[in-house]
Design a protein around this ligand. Structure first.
Ligand SMILES: [Ca+2]
Length: 433
């Protein structure tokens, strides 16, 4: 049963998530970045599927040997049942078992596994060392490093009383994030096995459209897993587990092929496609020309650099502009330098004129008009520019204050220049009276 579930899980997540890597391996044996295809285009990439619990420390609320020592001695030949045995190498021919202390009626044991980062989980499996399994068991996940817990699955011989859940629950497209309670009385086959496995996507209608289902993408995401084993026996009871396994991948939203330890010692995605963040969940700085999106099989949805013509290194995203452009470009440059202005720093700001002998990306693309404060507008004249020894090519237009000339430095006919005022003074030209 477990293997059927396991295969199901693999088919689901592997078929939807692995294709990019599979195609990569078929056609791209000579280059090593799974996030880029053979045509050097971005493509979805995902970290390897792993047992995310393997050799991880587990926090448990009870381990035998801590209270009456005789108990461990009596029940097991091997007296040592430490927590490490939950996540060590699982050899079916030589099981190593963790064992709880004696649990009183209505008490419980909790096991907590922390990934310290978001993972996307395919299955959670527990192998018991003996058929003595708890009457009730619950699997929870946290998405915020253990601050809050969300139920994933319940198991009980009395779902209604223990968990206040019906054992006939049904998952439809309207409640795909709901935990079911599995009636262990009616599923004797499953419960007589020593391994219990919960597949995160099994029976959830959108599982085959995982790529386009934010609800299920969220459902399989966890930073921590908590297992609660409840005892309803009148006599104190002990539970023994050989293996705690969690199949899944480091969550990188399709923008990284591996997770690495960063300089702070934290596990984070090795983000590609111009993305950033622990889970590559945002665009990196200055790459806001279109909105962030998770990579899909069809589209890497890489973040795109803003085009500021080399006059700015800062930009922001504007949704309205993005929509107006037909979902092509929404970046708006901030703080354009070199006397440029505009959404892409693509024209000259007031008082400056475009030097047409320079490329728009040149730091000299915009020249001061030099209109002596009598105009803010000028046009560029290439001949004049060359004649001036490439110093000045602007011709002022719309000179005010009764001035005229290329630099608004002469008075109009019938006006004369006041010799006591500076050329930039607004009253420089006086009328003849
Ligand atoms: Ca073990």
């Amino acid at each position: 049963m477990f293997f059927i579930k396991l295969i199901f899980s693999f088919v689901l997540i592997s078929s939807s998530l692995c294709s990019a890597n599979r195609w990569y391996r078929m056609f791209n044996t000579n280059h090593d970045d799974p996030c880029i295809d053979r045509h050097k285009r971005f493509q979805r990439c995902i970290p390897d599927f792993i047992n995310a619990a393997y050799q991880k420390p587990i926090y448990v609320t009870s381990t035998c040997g801590n209270s009456p020592k005789e108990f461990c001695n009596l029940s097991q030949l091997n007296q040592n049942h430490p927590i490490d045995y939950l996540t060590d190498i699982n050899n079916p021919n030589n099981l190593t078992c963790w064992q709880s202390d004696l649990i009183k009626q209505n008490d419980n044991v909790s096991l907590i596994l922390s990934f310290k980062k978001k993972f996307e989980l395919t299955y959670i499996s527990l192998q018991f060392c003996s058929p003595n399994k708890p009457d009730s068991m619950a699997i929870f996940k946290s998405m915020d490093m253990g601050l809050t817990w969300i139920p994933l699955q319940y198991y009980s011989n009395n779902c209604e009383d223990i968990f206040n859940k019906s054992s006939n629950g049904l998952i439809t497209r309207s409640n795909e994030q709901e935990a079911l309670c599995i009636d262990t009385k009616s599923q004797l086959l499953t419960m007589s096995e020593t391994r219990i496995a919960f597949s995160t996507l099994e029976g959830r209608p959108s599982a085959y459209e995982f790529d386009t289902s934010p609800v299920l993408q969220d459902w399989v995401t966890a930073t921590d897993i908590k297992i609660i084993l409840l005892s309803s026996n009148i006599e104190p009871n002990s539970y023994s587990l050989a293996d705690f396994a969690v199949g899944g991948r480091c969550k990188c939203n399709g923008h990284a092929s591996k997770c690495i330890t960063n300089s702070d010692g934290r596990l984070v995605c090795d983000c590609k496609h111009n993305t950033a963040g622990d889970e590559c969940e945002r665009c990196k700085d200055f790459h806001y020309d279109r909105p962030w999106a998770r990579a899909t099989q069809r589209d890497a949805n890489e973040c795109v650099v803003c085009n500021c013509n080399k006059h700015s290194t800062k930009c922001r995203f504007n949704l309205e502009l993005y929509k107006m452009s037909g979902h092509k470009s929404g970046g708006v440059c901030i703080d354009c330098q070199h006397n440029t202005a505009g959404r892409s720093c693509h024209y000259c700001r007031e008082g400056f004129t475009r030097d047409l002998t320079q490329s728009m990306t040149s730091i000299n693309a915009c020249q001061a008009c030099n209109c002596n404060n009598h105009s803010q507008q000028c046009r560029f004249n290439k001949e004049l520019y060359l004649l001036s020894g490439r110093k000045s090519g602007g011709i002022c237009i719309q000179c005010k204050h009764n001035t005229v000339g290329r630099h608004c430095s002469y008075c109009k006919e019938t006006f004369y220049r006041d010799p006591n005022l500076s050329i930039t003074h607004p009253d420089i030209c006086k009328g003849n009276q």
